[in-house]
Design a protein around this ligand. Structure first.
Ligand code: AMP
Ligand code: ZN
Length: 162
């Protein structure tokens, strides 16, 4: 009975959806059984619906948010990551709002080439071992947090953990 009251409270509070309600017998007599489901939070898949107006990288590109700009062309911008995970941690970002590699279109092929040429240019400017790692997270489940295509350029320390 206690669970029944709790479930009714969750439904009224909008925290759960009613899946099934029925009378069922138990050893102690008749009890009311209510099954509820907790819905996926509304912004769980925000990434796929993120628009230019709420995209942090679009805001940086439009100079509506500050960032440390390392390089810039007509199509690509390179900024320092705000939470660096290596002594050198740049983000190489196409100026066009593309959600991730899965949403690339044929028309985006030239910008992909320009991103890679930018990677080469930045790599040439490295001192020391000149080794670097390039990472792109594609999707919530692998840690993408900004849903505007970008490549992490990491260097300046040994990274033998992959
Ligand atoms: P990801 O988690 O692969 O989507 O990478 C997003 C990256 O953007 C993270 O490493 C963040 O630290 C970085 N980031 C988020 N906001 C900013 C910002 N305003 N300026 C620079 N880097 C940012
Ligand atoms: Zn964007």
């Amino acid at each position: 009975m206690r669970y029944y009251i709790l479930n009714i409270f969750l439904i009224i509070a909008g925290m759960a959806e009613l899946v099934d309600a029925r009378d069922s017998k138990s050893r102690d007599g008749d009890i009311m059984s209510v099954r509820v489901r907790f819905p996926v939070p509304k912004n769980r898949n925000k990434g796929s619906t993120m628009t230019v107006s709420d995209c942090v990288f679009c805001k940086i590109i439009a100079r509506k948010l500050p960032a440390e700009i390392v390089a810039e062309t007509d199509d690509v911008i390179v900024i320092k990551d705000i939470y660096p995970k290596a002594p050198i941690h740049y983000l190489i970002i196409p100026k066009k709002h593309i959600t991730d590699l899965r949403s690339l279109e044929q028309a985006d092929m030239s910008v992909v080439g320009k991103i890679l040429l930018m990677v080469k240019k930045i790599a040439e400017q490295l001192s020391g071992s000149k080794a670097f790692r390039l990472i792109s997270n594609n999707g919530l489940d692998v840690g993408q947090t900004v849903f505007h295509l970008h490549f992490h350029f990491l260097s300046g320390k040994k990274m033998l953990d992959f």
